[in-house]
Design a protein around this ligand. Structure first.
Ligand SMILES: Nc1ncnc2c1ncn2[C@@H]1O[C@H](COP(=O)(O)OP(=O)(O)O)[C@@H](O)[C@H]1O
Ligand SMILES: O=P(O)(O)OC[C@H](O)CO
Length: 503
């Protein structure tokens, strides 16, 4: 058996494959982007064949670079969550494109279910809000819009999967139709309390049970690849939603520990331990991981626009040439000017859940320049995180638990910005830890697969593999923090209110 682990990190805009060695250090990688398909405003699709082809191509490249298939002890998969694929069981061919998590086409259906009073049952069982974000209404949409598919589903001819399941099916040549508990907990069809598909939710969303994969532990033997894919049969030992995988990769395995991942969007997860906690503030309750049949839970808050706001400065406004320039500009901006940018480009996520809100910039004076705008863009990530963490901690402590550690561990492309990380520490008023290995999403899946392959010790020993690059310590005065928070709150309220005034 080889001493390497291959991780497939199938994300929203690109697919990455990374090979980790015996010490869980990355030794080879490959990455490919694929097209985003926008058939209508608010609709976002991926061609599942693109997801598969980029997976196979990057995985083959990384395996070749790291010494060949005989060095690989097993595979871990971390994936974009909620994105929905339905395919034919006999051919493995999708009957429609993958409907991506960001897709809003089922907003009306969700509103209808909310009017029918379904939100409490969804929150109680699935731990989620009624929103097009999750898979269930996407499945029903495909079945209602691809002619004949409801009948085919009833006959048992079709299969559903989130991206992990689809890739597993393809890797194993259709031998395995399974998902893990973290991915299943994002469909809105799972009772997260029992870890099983729930008949009430299945009926409510009209997504037939015949389509659904088997739900398994996050770490375990999911199946073996066909030898034609890599020139050897390789076992698949772990699958996890990418945000949950990052929670593991950050070694946030104790209740009270939190991680924030900043890519295009931002995802903050707080480990809450073995009991699911219901948020009083619109946060999601989700399965953090499951092994040996035991589930652990997290509270999750999503920021729709984090790095995307920086991309807008670059591509939409053209006021910076590269993402890295935003921090340099913010550093030399005028501290006397308090400009607020509320990045509701695609609405606001938790804790507001206002799909109709739109972006606003407030506090501009004649003296404002692109420097102050760049600062406001970077600060918006800190403010949004602060809002989410505050309510998360409140929910956590309302359950009787105490958060002993205030640190937030960060990862994702945007944490390259020292300026943004320092502001984050300042505004949340807590240390922000950036690890040496920023590929935390892949690292989580690697840890789990390596553990099951007998290469790494169990999850309790992960600390030895996590190294600190830099701790950002709060330096802002308490008075200034409160002033800035009040300014941000006023800007958010004005943004939400403005929308209400529209017809
Ligand atoms: N130095 C930086 N300062 C601010 N934002 C950055 C910086 N470097 C990258 N980003 C932002 O991070 C995002 C890319 O992060 P990544 O984790 O690769 O995202 P994703 O996986 O969502 O594609 C981009 O939106 C980019 O604008
Ligand atoms: O692909 P990412 O990294 O943008 O993550 C997407 C999330 O899993 C969506 O819930």
């Amino acid at each position: 058996m080889g001493g390497h682990i291959l991780v497939i990190d199938q994300g929203t805009t690109s697919t990455r494959a990374i090979v980790f060695d015996e010490r869980a250090q990355p030794v080879a990688s490959a990455q490919l982007e694929f097209p985003q398909i926008y058939p209508h405003p608010g609709w976002i699709e991926h061609d599942p064949e693109d997801l598969w082809k980029t997976t196979l191509a990057t995985a083959r490249e990384a395996v070749a670079k790291s010494g060949g298939p005989q060095t690989i002890a097993g595979i871990g998969i971390a994936n974009q969550r909620e994105t929905t694929v339905v395919w034919e069981r006999n051919t493995g061919k999708p009957i429609y494109n993958a409907i991506v998590w960001q897709d809003r086409r089922t907003a009306d259906r969700c509103a209808e279910l909310a009017r029918d009073g379904c939100a409490p049952v969804v929150r109680e069982r699935a731990g989620l809000v009624l929103d097009p974000y999750f898979s269930a209404t996407k499945i029903a949409w495909i079945l209602d819009n691809v002619p004949g598919s409801r009948e085919r589903a009833a006959r048992g001819d079709l299969a559903f999967g989130t991206v992990d399941t689809f890739l597993l099916w393809r890797l194993t040549g259709g031998a395995a139709h399974a998902t893990d508990a973290t991915n299943a907990s994002r469909t809105s069809l799972l009772d997260i309390r029992t870890g099983s598909w729930d008949d009430t939710l299945i009926e409510l969303f009209d997504a037939p049970r015949s389509l659904l994969p088997e739900v398994r532990d996050t770490a375990g033997r999911f199946g073996e690849t066909l030898s034609e894919h890599f020139g050897a049969v390789l076992p698949i030992y772990a699958m996890a939603g990418d945000q949950q995988s990052a929670l593991v990769g950050q070694d946030c395995l104790s209740p009270g520990m939190a991680k924030a991942t900043y890519g295009t969007g931002g995802f903050i997860l707080l480990n809450t331990g073995a009991t699911p906690i219901r948020s009083q503030h619109g946060l999601l309750t989700t399965i953090a991981y499951q092994w040996d049949g035991v589930r652990h839970y997290a509270l999750e808050g999503s920021i729709f626009s984090a790095g995307a706001t920086v991309q807008w400065l670059r591509d939409g406004l053209g006021i910076i040439a590269s993402a890295a320039e935003a921090g340099a500009m913010a550093a030399v901006s005028d501290p006397e000017q308090e400009v607020y940018l509320v990045p509701a480009f695609a609405g606001l996520g938790a804790p507001h859940w206002r799909a109709d809100a739109r972006c606003s910039v407030m506090g501009l004076t004649r003296g404002a320049t692109r420097k102050e705008l760049a600062r406001a863009a970077l600060e918006s990530v800190g403010f949004q995180t602060d809002d989410l963490l505050a309510v998360m901690i409140e929910d956590f402590e309302a359950s009787g638990a105490t958060r002993t550690e205030s640190v937030v561990r960060v990862d994702g492309g945007m944490v390259a910005s020292d300026w943004t990380m320092q502001f984050l520490a300042d505004i949340v008023g807590a240390p922000v830890d950036r690890p040496k290995n920023r590929e935390t999403t892949a690292l989580g899946a690697a840890f789990l697969a390596g553990w099951r392959a007998g290469l790494y010790p169990g999850p309790g020993e992960l600390a030895a593999y996590w190294g600190l690059d830099r701790r950002f310590t709060p330096a802002m005065s308490g008075a200034m923090r409160e002033r800035r928070r009040a300014g941000w709150r006023a800007a958010v309220e004005a943004t939400l209110h403005r929308r209400e005034l529209r017809p």
